[in-house]
Design a protein around this ligand. Structure first.
Ligand code: SAH
Length: 353
């Protein structure tokens, strides 16, 4: 067992089982042993590869949409371009380069904010963003610290890493799914002892068969709400990209990923990435409750309509066969229905009109 696993076992032995959300939070962000606080998740030698790490075209096309959103807002000033959960900083680097070409005046006047919970990743972002470019970004650990202005916000693969509660249908009704210790002293899932507030449960929950599972992420919805409240007050646009669904399944999407392969969720706390799929319908409802317009697209649809093929054509024009082949591969990975194109969704939110 990992050092964090041993600590969690001692904690559970003395204070009782913890919720799946508490388990996720410890695995991902424990200051001493958490996955994002201590490990290098990204790239071929890491555990997973994200869209901005696959291709510069991802950030370029997002930048064009973000810029169009700013123009549609009447070029609101002051304006903040923010990214939450920037990872290695690649998406922001690609966006800033593109925005500087589109409209140097925008880069001169926009405030650039990176919101990152991991001190280790913040340091990597600082180093990479310091190289070149005229923009002077600032770092924050929470969106609430970013001064309020019109907001242009992107977040890629942020929400899947935000802790999620799970509920399981037992013979006695719905119970919170907990992480406990079994008879052999190992971490194991167990149903919580007390019932849950039925107001939390979605339609269909009462008739779902025993063993069904459902996932609710109050932390994710709270983050979404703080983004939406800012846009409702000051204008702007948010593009939120992640893997997930629009019709919640009664099933378990909690997964652990290490070296591009999935593994048992309880096997190595702190050493594997832990995520759940994102319920985009729930996030869309948060946006609408804040008075915003929300639309959900597949990543494939979104990137193709933003000009992915044209951009690949431009980048490949006059280049050798290997470069053109690489670009074709990137298009396929980002937008192909069997790659990221269908599983990943883009939630676009802005003020009506
Ligand atoms: N957007 C990057 C990284 C995705 S991984 C990419 O596409 O490559 C998730 C990122 O979100 C990491 O940088 C992680 O540290 C950060 N993160 C997770 N929860 C966060 C939170 N509550 N606030 C800020 N950053 C968070």
């Amino acid at each position: 067992m990992t050092p964090l696993g041993e600590r969690l076992k001692r904690l559970i032995a003395s204070a009782g089982p913890i919720s799946v959300a508490e388990y996720m939070a410890a695995c991902l962000f424990d200051p001493d042993h958490g996955y994002y606080t201590t490990r290098e998740p990204f790239g071929a030698s890491g555990d997973f590869v994200t869209a901005p790490e696959i291709s510069q075209m991802f950030g370029e096309l997002l930048a064009v949409r973000i810029y169009a959103g700013w123009v549609a807002s009447g070029k609101a000033v002051p304006v903040t371009l923010a990214e939450v959960g920037p990872g290695r900083g690649t998406l922001m680097i690609d966006m800033l380069r593109t925005l500087d070409r589109l409209d140097p005046a925008f880069i001169a006047l926009a405030r650039i904010a990176l919101v990152e919970a991991s001190p280790r990743l913040t340091e990597i972002q600082r180093q990479r963003l310091a190289k070149g470019g005229r923009a002077r970004p600032r770092w924050f650990t929470e969106l609430s610290q970013v001064p309020e202005t019109a907001l242009l916000l992107v977040a890629n693969e942020l929400f899947d890493a935000v802790p999620t509660r799970q509920f399981v249908k037992t013979a006695a009704g719905w119970r919170e799914r907990m992480v406990a210790i079994d008879d052999s002293g190992d971490l194991a899932f167990a149903a919580g002892a007390t019932g849950i507030d039925s107001a939390l449960l979605p339609d269909g929950a009462h008739s779902a068969p025993e063993g069904s599972l459902l996932e609710i992420s109050p932390a994710r919805e709270a983050m979404m709400q703080s983004i939406c409240e800012r846009i409702a007050r000051h204008g702007g646009l948010a593009l939120l990209i992640d893997y997930g669904y629009t019709v919640p399944p009664f099933g378990d999407t909690l997964q652990a990923l290490r070296r591009h392969a999935s593994e048992d969720v309880l096997a190595s706390p702190g050493e594997a990435d832990l995520t759940t799929h994102v319920d985009f319908s729930a996030l869309g409802r948060v946006a609408e409750a804040a008075g915003l317009t929300a639309s959900i697209h597949t990543q494939g649809e979104f990137l193709l309509s933003a000009g992915l093929l044209e951009r690949a054509g431009t980048l490949g024009a006059g280049k050798d066969g290997a470069t053109q082949e690489r670009l074709r591969g990137e298009v396929e990975r980002l937008a192909g229905p069997d790659a990221m194109g269908d599983l990943f969704k883009v939630l676009v939110v802005h003020r009506p009109g």
